[in-house]
Write a protein that binds this ligand. Structure first.
Ligand SMILES: [Fe+2]
Length: 286
């Protein structure tokens, strides 16, 4: 399927109420639910994604000083945790992507760094999409990224992926050939798998590229974006329940995206994870 066809499919999926005043409905327990200024920001940034036209550069967001402050605050807390508990493959890419530590980077500036290295690029999306849609874009080395930032009242918590998760968690990994090859493999598998198997593939993605850890120098190091972008998850990795890495088990294990993860699957090494997941996905891809 071409980029155009994929984006058209996605547009139908994510904008059923795009004509209404509220583009992004928030749950009542969302930190920004009672903040009209935040809700207006969410709608304005979502509109940029809805209005995105294939082939254009990713739209620039005019972030406020308060939004930049949230970014800076979380980065300052994550940096030392990354030095100690991020895997070597992720750390290798941090300098190549060189995300600004003070101001929220624009997707297009990040694309200018990662695309020449691996062909990966990040395009805007207003919110959550189905697992098949999200994963399928990866086959074409496109990562759908949100651009809004979490509510300032709870800088260490977000109930859904935000720009901190997308850029700090995922963007650096797109400078690494192994991360990129595996991401693309997830996409190719999701495109051809049955609905039931897409669910299993999505669970495997969750427990690896989102919340995976691998042994390095005798201790578990984070390689998943959900871990790498969360202060709380990085701290929990030191004493959470660690489970034995097994692709079939991960594919059949449900997860809760709304809370800290109660356990992590830990691979013997990043390389062993890459090899085992690639072999598992090969049963689906053409
Ligand atoms: Fe993610």
């Amino acid at each position: 399927m071409s980029d155009n066809a994929l984006l058209d499919t996605l547009a139908d999926e994510v904008r059923p109420d795009a004509g209404g005043p509220e583009l992004v409905p928030l749950d009542p327990d969302h930190p920004g639910f009672r903040d009209p200024v935040y809700r207006a920001r969410r709608n304005a940034i979502a509109k940029l994604a809805f209005d995105y036209v294939t082939g254009d550069p990713a739209p620039a967001v005019s972030y406020t000083d308060a939004e930049h402050d949230v970014w800076k605050h979380v980065r300052e807390l994550l940096d030392p945790r990354h030095r100690d508990f991020a895997c070597a493959e992720y750390l290798e890419c941090v300098d190549a992507v060189a995300l600004d530590r003070v101001r929220i980077p624009q997707l297009e500036d990040v694309n200018a760094r990662i695309r020449p290295l691996t062909g990966f690029r990040m395009l805007p999306v207003a919110g959550l999409v189905t697992a098949r849609a999200f994963l399928s874009f990866l086959a074409d080395r496109i990562f759908l990224a949100t651009q809004y930032i979490r509510h300032a009242s709870r800088p260490l918590y977000t109930p859904e992926p935000d720009v901190i998760h997308e850029l700090v968690g995922h963007a650096a990994s797109f400078a690494h050939p192994l991360y990129c090859g595996l991401s693309s493999h997830f996409g190719r598998a999701a495109r051809v798998a049955s609905d039931g198997d897409v669910e299993r593939i999505a669970r495997l993605y969750w427990f690896t590229l989102e919340f995976g850890a691998a042994i390095e120098d005798g201790i578990p190091k984070a390689y998943g974006a959900g871990l790498l972008s969360s202060v709380g998850e990085m701290d929990r990795l030191r004493d959470a329940e660690l489970r034995r890495f097994d692709c079939r088990t991960m594919a059949d294990t449900p997860y809760d995206p709304t809370d800290f993860q109660p356990f992590y699957f830990v691979a013997p090494s990043f390389g062993a994870m890459h090899e085992a997941v690639s072999e598992f996905l090969s049963q689906f891809s053409d």
